[in-house]
Design a protein around this ligand. Structure first.
Ligand SMILES: Cc1ncc(COP(=O)(O)O)c(C=O)c1O
Length: 413
């Protein structure tokens, strides 16, 4: 396992106390905490070389442009993209997916075509496709799912067909932790001439991801879930695909030449980055990538497998607690989704909060999935590099106390 004790020293917020108790941050699927090196990279930028990029001939502009483009290269290397031109900065995963929906999909998906999704998509990888389907007369189709939260691929030949134009799939479910067989499904999609968009919001931060190995056409992810700042995200797209796409937003930076009545487009990837970009946070994301690379993504993944395995085992001690999703930690990510007896998840979350434990409660931006699971809401504990087995113990012990309190004080058992 990673030396999380040592890693924790790099994260100033982790020494914080909440209601007098040490903070136990188990809401990593929502957003991760930031190491000092990332925070410092923002301070360095604003104190040392704040300037707009790609525009100036002066020293600071050259310095900021170099740092900004170096961060792009770091991100490209991190996901094994062939070229930095394939990396388009966005605000987050949501914006990256909307970019594809409003450009490639709008122009290439027509009446009667099918957009293939899974029942576990985050709203960010569902709602944009609803708009495309409504406007272009296409149909949303969902791959069936087993009760344990894995995809049912028994009738895979019936799932993909000549009308399939896009497979838009979450790599790792933010709710149940399911790791989907994206590589195999991408090959199937390509065999029928469909394109593949992978929502990597929960995979890129947590495991090695190689876009060439997956052979996805698009990959979307967010900096803030991988130790980076908020407000910066990434759309990876194959170069030839990007070349063919119309710009999303229009204005400065994305143009080559402009007349009063028309304009031509800048080279990749600037064609998709209208206006002044989020320079500081892109540089901050580069620093986050450095941090993760130094840990090693194989080690990051292994740490989470062990922590999740430990967590799932300890959850077995909890009577009346239902855990959703696949049970084998080797085939799932580091999020444990659960409900405890008849205690409302919000009540549970509030009780945990009083003990300094931050878990997520609600629908986790997967409302249709909650309906499929037959629940209105659930609780979720999600892990990252700085979490320890002691923290899992604190969570499980806290849950035990909460269950006892409800059994005796509320239900009078
Ligand atoms: C699987 C998945 N997709 C998409 C998103 C959206 O990410 P963002 O809010 O950073 O755009 C999230 C965030 O929770 C997620 O977990």
């Amino acid at each position: 396992m990673l030396d999380s004790g040592k890693i924790r020293e790099d994260f100033p917020i982790l020494s914080k106390k909440v209601y007098g108790k040490p903070l136990v941050w188990l809401d990593n699927a929502a957003t991760s905490q930031k190491p000092r090196s990332v925070i410092q990279s923002l301070v360095d930028y604003y104190e040392g070389y704040n300037a707009n990029v790609h525009r100036g001939v002066h020293a600071l502009s050259i310095e900021s442009t170099d740092a900004f483009e170096l961060a792009r290269q770091k991100v490209a290397d991190f996901i094994h993209a062939d070229a930095a031109e394939s990396i388009v900065w966005t605000r987050n995963t949501t914006e990256a997916i909307n970019l594809v929906a409003n450009t490639w999909a709008r122009d290439n998906i027509g009446a009667g075509d099918e957009i293939l999704l899974t029942p576990m998509e985050h709203h960010s990888n569902l709602v944009p496709w609803q708009k495309v389907a409504q406007e272009n007369g296409a149909r949303l189709k969902f791959i069936p799912m087993h009760e344990d939260g894995t995809l049912d691929l028994e009738n895979i030949d019936a799932i993909f067909g000549p009308r399939t134009k896009l497979l838009a799939i979450v790599h790792v479910s933010n709710s149940m932790g399911t790791i989907n067989p994206v590589k195999e499904l991408a090959a199937r999609a390509h065999a029928v001439g469909a394109m593949v968009l992978v929502d990597g919001a929960q995979s890129v931060p947590h495991m090695p991801v190689d876009v060439n190995d997956l052979d996805c056409d698009f990959l979307a992810f967010s900096g803030h879930k991988m130790l980076g700042p908020t407000g910066i995200g990434v759309l990876y797209a194959k170069r030839d695909v990007l070349e063919e796409m119309d710009p999303f937003l229009r204005g400065g930076e994305m143009v080559l030449e402009v007349w009063y009545d028309r304009a031509t487009w800048n080279a990749l990837p600037m064609r998709f980055e209208a206006g002044t970009p989020n320079i500081a946070d892109a540089i901050g994301l580069g620093a986050a990538v450095d941090y993760l690379q130094a840990l090693g993504m194989e080690n990051v993944r292994q740490h989470e497998v062990e922590l999740t395995g430990y967590g799932l085992k300890r959850f077995e001690e909890l009577d009346e607690v239902v855990v959703y999703g696949p049970q084998n930690p080797d085939v799932r990510g580091g999020a444990i989704l659960f409900n405890a007896a008849d205690i409302h998840p919000h009540d549970l979350g509030t009780i945990m909060d009083r003990q300094g434990i931050a878990i997520r409660t609600g629908h986790h931006c997967t409302m249709p999935l909650m309906r499929t699971l037959g629940v209105a809401a659930t609780a979720r504990a999600s892990f990252y590099v700085y979490n320890t087995t002691q923290e899992v113990d604190t969570l499980v012990d806290g849950l035990k106390e909460a269950l006892e309190y409800f059994a005796h004080e509320v239900r009078g058992a």
